[in-house]
Design a protein around this ligand. Structure first.
Ligand code: UDP
Length: 454
């Protein structure tokens, strides 16, 4: 089969941290001559379409999640239940519609948290592969828990997994260390392992050198293909000339304001602070963070999403205007690539972690929930690129003094210098992985060949 005849459907779970990496993977496939259709919910379609490249166009198919624009689900459970019901039907209808077109679908790449997409694919006579938007380590932990192969440690004790350092209770994904916290999300992340053995292969957004041991272990069990980091090409191998952006930023994003502000700062003088697209800090934590930043006396660029703004201490923005810029969203890759940024204070979402590693930026990590705890452990203790704040107090708060001290350590101390050296090394290795002949590049080539031959 010719590459241009192969038509792949890519179906991410419709939140930023899942759409971004799967969209990037789609671009890579399209740049290799495949036809790619990305299925996503209505609010995501317009920004992606507007950021399209003529060189490797992605076809976008909107899908309903069962909710009207602006309508909120009563609970996470209610959303997930309705989404699965509506989206699996729409997926089947879409594949059937495309079956009557010139180029019917050949293969489905689906988000690993939607294993039902593989069942739908099978019913339609198609093969599929799950895409894991988390690290290999986190996926392996969930696998062990899903198989009942792991004892949850109690406070002060550690858990042991094949090919991983010992993990304390605070290093485990929060859905595991506190199984009652989000039962429906726990079911979602463990559900990935219900039917994955029927998939052609497992695509994981990581790279071999980053998680060498655990990639090797997983690879000895299943057909694993590491294909990351899925960062826009212009920040890594520069092979896709106009691939500079994920394409999912708000359309009215004021890119220039952040960059102009950074341009006026000295090299390595700014703390960039962002907790991603979902995490929501409590009011007290927000206040501690604000005063921690002020006390550090460093420059800071802080992303506070619109809905979070009312938690900022009153007059904070005015009081710190000579030192800080608070924005609702920023072009994170441009910010991390800017020489003025000295460290990234992050919640350790997997995309943010990979972005900081790929751009050589040391981190100050303050994980909030889900896989962020495990990512933070690896950032600080395995990859040597971050300082992790001490575990929150009994009220769940990290105090301003602790934040101030960690900022100093990352920005000024010997540890900060060592972190910077390590970060530069990871940056090179990330680039190597996706450059022609690198481990991820070879895996993507192999994946495409397998689809063409199947
Ligand atoms: N992001 C961005 N601008 C911001 C904040 C975040 O572009 O102001 C992007 C960031 O580059 C990353 C994604 O949003 O690709 C967040 O994903 P991550 O996995 O780090 O965290 P999540 O939002 O899923 O918790």
């Amino acid at each position: 089969m010719e590459r241009s005849d192969a038509h792949i459907l890519v179906f991410p779970y419709p939140v930023t941290g899942h759409v971004n990496p799967m969209l990037q993977f789609s671009k890579r496939l399209a740049s290799m001559g495949l036809r790619v259709t990305l299925v996503t919910t209505q609010p995501n379609t317009k920004p992606i379409e507007e950021a399209q490249s003529n060189n490797y166009p992605i076809h976008i198919e909107p899908i309903s999640d069962g909710f009207q624009p602006g309508e909120k689900a009563q609970s996470v459970e209610a959303y997930l239940e309705k989404f699965q019901k509506v989206a699996s039907q729409s997926l089947a209808q879409l594949v059937e519609k495309l079956a009557r077109s010139e180029r019917p679908i050949k293969f489905i790449v689906y988000d690993s948290v939607m294993p039902w997409a593989l069942d739908t694919a099978e019913e339609l006579g198609l093969d599929g592969a799950p895409f894991y938007t988390q690290s290999c380590a986190v996926s392996a932990i969930y696998y062990h828990v899903s198989q009942g192969m792991m004892k949850i440690p109690i406070e002060g004790k550690t858990a042991s997994f094949p090919s991983m350092p010992l993990l304390g209770i605070n290093d485990l994904p929060s859905f595991i260390s506190d199984m009652d916290s989000y039962p429906s999300l726990l079911r979602l992340v463990l559900g990935r392992f219900s039917n994955f053995r029927k998939a052609k292969c497992l695509l994981i957004n990581t790279f071999d050198m980053l998680e060498a041991e655990v990639v090797k272990w997983m690879g000895s069990q299943w057909p694993v293909k590491t294909i990351g980091p899925t960062i826009p090409s212009m920040y890594l191998d520069r092979r896709l000339e106009d691939d500079k952006d994920y394409g999912l930023s708000p359309l009215n994003l004021n890119v220039d304001a952040c960059i102009t502000w950074l341009d006026a700062r000295d090299t390595g003088s700014v703390v960039y602070v962002s907790f991603g697209s979902l995490a929501s800090l409590g009011e007290e934590q927000m206040e501690e963070l604000a005063w921690g930043l002020k006390r550090s006396n460093d420059y800071f660029l802080w992303v506070v999403r619109e809905l979070e703004e009312q938690k900022l201490p009153s007059k904070f923005i005015e009081d710190t205007a000579d030192k800080g810029l608070v924005v609702r969203w920023c072009p994170q890759l441009d910010v991390l690539a800017h020489k003025a940024v000295g460290c990234f204070m992050t919640h350790c979402g997997w995309n943010s972690t990979l972005e900081a590693l790929s751009l050589g930026v040391p981190m100050l990590v303050m994980p909030q929930w889900t896989d962020q705890m495990t990512n933070a452990k690896f950032v600080a203790d395995v990859w040597g690129v971050g300082v992790r704040v001490k575990a929150p107090d009994e009220k769940g708060i990290v105090k301003r003094e602790e934040i101030e001290e960690c900022i100093r350590e990352a920005m000024e101390g010997e540890r900060g210098k060592e972190m910077k050296r390590n970060a530069e090394r990871w940056k090179e290795l990330a680039k190597e992985a996706v450059t022609e002949g690198g481990s991820s590049d070879k895996n993507i080539e192999e994946f495409v060949k397998e689809i063409l031959c199947s």
